[in-house]
Write a protein that binds this ligand. Structure first.
Ligand code: SF4
Ligand code: SF4
Ligand code: FES
Length: 920
């Protein structure tokens, strides 16, 4: 710690910080541009000048750039010094010389760091009267718009894109006062983290193209704290709504999870909420029961829209007349909704809606997270690891934000080298120069080359069983009691020994595996490595990647597999089914789903998307998406987190009958029991979840209860300058109705309520503080800049290692042996298009690569396939025809099948391949 004296006041600060970091953490305002809490200091913009004095008697002092000046004990500085203020005013004037001053038409306006800093610095009139430098803009793809004239040359964009995220296709071009930030050639930005440019760039050069389509100023958006539903990482988001549409998603700072950054699937995949074809009223379908064979689930008759009571009555009648009703839940729905479905149908009739093989892996992952001695790390903890082994996960595709955290962990070797030489880690350029290509060791074992390979010390591209065998061999190298794989070749043993050495030499080794390949052996191998480390009393962590937003929660909640449910229906052992937010056709073959739905006498589907399953419902109940509902998800870390309703859909569209699934299910239960509905609040349902499932007992603390108040006030969802509320519904009614009331959360659908930062709170709908309109306002909510929220980061962790000396898995696979006429079909996760709901968003569709099989060159040669040629994969009755990618690294004897490509594949299966175009 150190004491600094700022403008006559004394403060205790962290002596390792720079002055800017220290002052911002104290809540003092200093303007800045090039510094970023996640990327450190480069001293490029000169905006953060302050006066520093030698001692209390020094009256002259000297100007220093606060971001480049280390904190010294007993330092005297002044932010308010007239010379410092004049210097900063000059700097902003220079920076603004070529700026177009086009705030009224700039989409950054209203949440712009440049605007904030310009006002803070007092630059309010323009003296420059000459021609401005101008640039041509580039097309950068469906996510990011480009307006280079607004650039102030702070270099944050390339520092984020290249240094932080590892992108290679955005750079700085030119020299002197004519620098261009863009791509060498126009084209789609390749990084899956490109969306962060919209928040990293302090001006309006990079803006959200998906927001442009329906632009609204930040102050006119309604927000709520939410959690990304697009994968299992659990990044915190701040979605903004206007007129019943989600207009954009901004990062919501979480000190342990996503910090300042999201992946592009999470940021731009929200379009499914706004789809015109969404079901918004209950539907009833008259089914003509025609046995159309396994390829078709009966002929569907007319569809009739229903009112709520009628829909509930018809659904209840259908379910009451069934002999046995089962429920099919969903890993993309909240704990509360799944719990209410389970309550409706009874524990013995509840399916998680997850494929049996995937469910087995999920349950195993929960066990491994508690029973192998190593904790499940947060992303912040991952960033602090100093040796990483990844078994079977292409993280950029399956858990993109985690891949970004792993990149920081590997690159942190530079920080360690700097610390040895007394260079502060915030001195970014010095650390980068020193580090050069120095990395902490990273070892990757995946079937295909990945975007992290360039950072890896060694990679292995192999079939799932061979990846598992490497993992088992590593465990054996760490502890001779761990079983060794038989007949492992010398090269792989040498690799295993090197990995073992690196993990043992590390202070915080990390093992990552997961369910992407659908291989239990890979998971068990990771478990053995973790156990071996734990037995050696080695600190470390085990991170296991799940697929969907609530996969972890569903495994903890428990229930049967999807196949169990489909079999009961197809065999006639159950004749009524309620399907919750789950398109069964994305998880099981149509030949399996169709007979099940066809035979059931009553099919009730709740969803917010018009899926193939929805179209097969007798009664469809329009469910709320994440933006219209509240609930709890459990991330892959085991962190239960609450997401809050962003807007009330019926306020703008009174004809809509959308309800939270858990609310529908409560009403449906009452209707089935012929009882009046007892309204439930979210707090009551969450308490029931906690009381019913001991492992979920802490979920009540995952979010704020509805009774939470600050100074007696609810929390505002709308910024204080929110405009047009009285005119918003003028096309419907000239008198403004009361704003919707929210019985479930402490947030108001209004600007009336607490929106400040001075009272610490864990759940922040939108980051704003006086003078801070941009995402940099998060500074004001943190215990120190870039640290944790002052009230603590949201969520509670459910998975902690239990003490015990756990035995090793001993069922080791033999080496993978290719077959003559069959190929092992291996699931391949895909970031864009590999997730059911975001794949329905147009910008994501525009960003998707064509779905293709991946093959080795040898397989392609054998089948006489050239790149782009079509190939048919045959799995029993299922056939899928796609073009092929011929890969130099893909293991021979196997074929990669992209997720969500039309052939559900939860685990490796032997398939036949046929060259050429064969009708599916
Ligand atoms: S484009 Fe934005 S982030 Fe990049 S240098 Fe210019 S102002 Fe800075
Ligand atoms: S990593 Fe996952 S949770 Fe995070 S933003 Fe991307 S899709 Fe959303
Ligand atoms: S923020 Fe200090 S020089 Fe740019």
């Amino acid at each position: 710690m150190a004491t600094i004296h700022v403008d006559g006041r004394d403060y205790e600060v962290d002596g390792a910080d720079n002055l800017l970091h220290a002052c911002l953490s104290l809540g003092l305002d200093i303007p800045y541009f090039c510094w970023h809490p996640a990327m450190g200091s480069v001293g490029a913009c000169r905006q953060c000048a302050v006066k520093q004095y030698k001692n209390a008697d020094d009256t002259q002092g000297m100007l220093v750039m606060s971001c480049m000046a280390p904190v010294q004990d007993d330092a005297y500085i002044s932010i308010e010094d007239e010379e410092a203020k004049a210097f900063r005013a000059n700097v902003i004037e220079w920076l603004m010389i070529n700026h177009p001053h086009d705030c009224p038409v700039c989409e950054e306006g209203g949440h712009c760091h440049l605007q904030d800093m310009t006002v803070m610095t007092g630059h309010d009139s323009r003296r420059y009267r000459f021609r401005k430098r101008t640039h041509k803009n580039q097309y950068l793809g469906p996510f990011i718009a480009h307006e280079m004239n607004r650039c102030i040359t702070c270099y944050r964009c390339v520092r984020f894109y290249q240094d932080y995220a590892g992108g290679g296709d955005l750079g700085a071009f030119g020299a002197h006062d004519n620098i261009y930030f863009g791509r060498f050639q126009e084209g789609t930005l390749e990084s899956p983290f490109s969306g962060n440019l919209t928040e990293v760039c302090p001006t309006g050069v990079f803006t959200d193209q998906t927001h442009s389509e329906h632009y609204t100023r930040k102050w006119d958006l309604q927000f709520a704290p939410s959690v990304c539903h697009q994968c299992a990482v659990g990044c915190n988001i701040s979605p903004g709504e206007r007129y019943g549409d989600i207009r954009r998603i901004e990062n919501r700072y979480h000190g342990d999870v996503n910090h300042y950054f999201l992946c592009d699937r999470g940021r731009f995949g929200y379009g499914y909420v706004n789809r015109e074809d969404r079901p918004r009223v209950p539907e009833w379908r008259e089914r003509q029961r025609v046995d159309a064979g396994p390829g078709a689930a009966g002929v569907v008759g007319g569809t009739i829209s229903l009112e709520i009571d009628d829909a509930l009555d018809r659904a209840a009648d259908g379910l009451r007349s069934a002999r046995r009703v089962i429920g099919i839940g969903s890993p993309r729905a909240s704990l509360e909704s799944n719990h209410m479905l389970r309550t409706l149908v009874g524990d013995e009739n509840f399916s998680t809606g997850i494929d049996a093989r995937e469910l087995e892996l999920l349950v195993r992952m929960s066990e491994l997270n508690t029973r192998c001695g190593l904790p499940s790390p947060s992303l912040r903890e991952i960033e602090a690891c100093d040796a990483v082994l990844v078994l079977g996960e292409d993280l950029l595709q399956s858990a993109a934000r985690m891949a970004l955290a792993v990149r920081q962990a590997i690159n942190a070797r530079g920080d360690a080298l700097a610390a040895e030489r007394g260079i502060p880690t915030w001195n970014a350029e010095a650390v980068k120069t020193l580090a050069q290509e120095a990395h902490h060791p990273l070892f990757l074992a995946t079937p295909e080359a990945t975007g992290l390979d360039e950072l890896a010390e060694r990679t292995l591209h192999a079939a799932p069983d061979d990846i598992a065998r490497l993992g088992f061999a590593v465990a054996h190298c760490l502890d001779a009691e761990a079983p060794a794989p038989e007949a492992l070749d010398d090269v792989t043993w040498a690799l295993a020994r090197r990995i073992g050495e690196a993990l043992l030499a590390a202070e915080r080794p990390l093992v990552i595996a997961g369910g992407s390949l659908g291989s239990p052996a890979v998971l068990e191998a990771a478990g053995n490595v973790a156990r071996a480390l734990a037995r050696r009393a080695q600190a470390g962590a085990l991170s296991l990647v799940r697929r969907e937003a609530n996969s972890t929660g569903l495994a903890l909640l428990g229930g049967q597999s999807l196949e169990w449910a489909l079999d009961l229906l197809a065999n006639g052992d159950a004749d009524g089914v309620v399907v919750l937010e789950n398109d069964l056709y994305t998880r099981a073959a149509a030949a399996r789903v169709n007979p099940a739905l066809q035979r059931a006498d009553c099919v009730v589907v709740l969803d917010h998307q018009r899926t193939a399953t929805w179209e097969k419902a007798d009664i469809g109940l329009p469910a709320a998406s994440f933006a219209e509902s509240d609930g709890t998800l459990v991330s892959l870390e085991g962190r239960a987190q609450r997401f809050y309703q962003v807007f009330e859909p019926s306020y703008i569209r009174p004809e809509t009958r959308i309800r939270e699934s858990w609310r529908w299910l409560n009403a449906l239960k009452a209707s089935v029991e012929r009882q009046p509905v007892t309204p439930l609040t979210l707090d009551e349902v969450t308490r029931e979840v906690a009381a019913t499932h001991s492992v979920l007992a802490p979920v009540g603390d995952a979010g704020l209860s509805a009774a939470y108040r600050v100074h007696g006030l609810r929390l505002a969802r709308e910024p204080h300058r929110y405009s047009g509320r009285t005119a918003m519904r003028a096309n419907l009614d000239v008198s403004e109705p009361r704003v919707p009331q929210d019985p479930d959360t402490p947030f108001a659908f209004s600007m009336e309520g607490y929106a400040g930062y001075d009272e610490p709170r864990r759940e922040v709908a939108f980051a704003w503080a006086p003078g801070w309109n941009s995402p940099q306002a998060w500074n004001k909510f943190q215990d120190e800049v870039g640290g944790h929220l002052r009230a603590g980061d949201p969520g509670v962790r459910l998975l902690a290692p239990l003490p015990g000396d756990y035995d090793y898995a001993r069922d080791l696979p033999a080496a993978f042996a290719p077959r003559d006429e069959q190929w092992l079909a291996v699931p391949q996760p895909r970031l864009f298009g590999g997730e059911e709901t975001s794949a329905r968003a147009e910008p994501i569709q525009a960003r998707m690569d064509a779905t293709r099989f991946t093959l080795s060159a040898r397989t392609a040669e054998r089948l006489r396939l050239t790149p782009d040629a079509a190939m048919t994969l045959i799995l029993g009755e299922r056939r899928l025809t796609l073009p092929v990618t011929i890969s130099a690294t893909w293991p021979d004897g196997t074929v990669g099948v992209p997720s969500q490509a039309g052939l559900p594949l939860a685990a490796p299966e032997w398939a036949r391949l046929e060259a050429g175009e064969v009708s599916a």
